[in-house]
Design a protein around this ligand. Sequence first.
Ligand code: PAF
Length: 288
Amino acid sequence: MERNNAHTILVTKTVQQVRDQVRAWKKEGLSVGLVPTMGFLHQGHGSLIKKAVEDNDRVIVSDFVNPTQFGPGEDLEAYPRDFEADRAFCQDLGAAMIFNPEPKDMYQDPKAYVNIEGLSDGLCGASRPVHFRGVCTVVSKLFNITGADRAYFGQKDAQQLAIVKKMVEDLNFPIEIVACPIVREADGLAMSSRNTYLSKEERQAALCLSKAIFKGQESIREGMAAKDLLDLMGEVIGQEPLAKIDYIDLVDARMLEPLDRVQGKVLVAMAVYIGKTRLIDNFIWEEK
Ligand code: PAF
């Protein structure tokens, strides 16, 4: 694979700039990987970028806080942003381009949206009704704008990943979706840009999510039944006074349909409020 060493990362703001550059790369026969992000990058994003740089000749990181995936009263305005740090981070990891459009360049009075039915309704979709429509719309746009050969998504957003895979399958996008494992802090907390909202006390309390995940993994390995497993994980969270469970569910990992027993490949996923911050975590288990 041809490397893009000793480069200065290209910063693009418009769709046309991205298209012109990608056309030039494709003319040279270079492969293109896309890492879609909302910026405020951390090592979780870093693992996606590293994998993309390994697999592709050129990597584009999109850095765009997408307004259509935030519902009324959610944290669109407060969402953390630091473009200069993101630019340096992507450059260090070897990305060739960072695409940082303004909302007005991505959306001009939009009337077309992409919605994946069924898979978007449960789990996070139940409390965030417009979220996955916004994600699928912006991700479709990014696929069309970049013409990337591969796109990289983190397993931490397990529902998003399952929905994007189904969207690619249903709408015949000519792109390969590459799933990358959850990256955790040394003490277990799954990395997330939203961790920055947590006070010192809340940061400590947030460890109840990964504790419940690790307990769940151990118990499922030992053959615990689905209901007992969810109850046990709920008890672990329940011991933390600052935590409030939004959901803990066990679903089929591909179609996200609720299951009342552990069978095939399952996703155990949760969303928990720590104070006002809503955090998610999950694990996948496959019966051997
Ligand atoms: O996972 C995210 O950060 C966002 O949902 C994504 C995929 C970049 C779309 O805005």
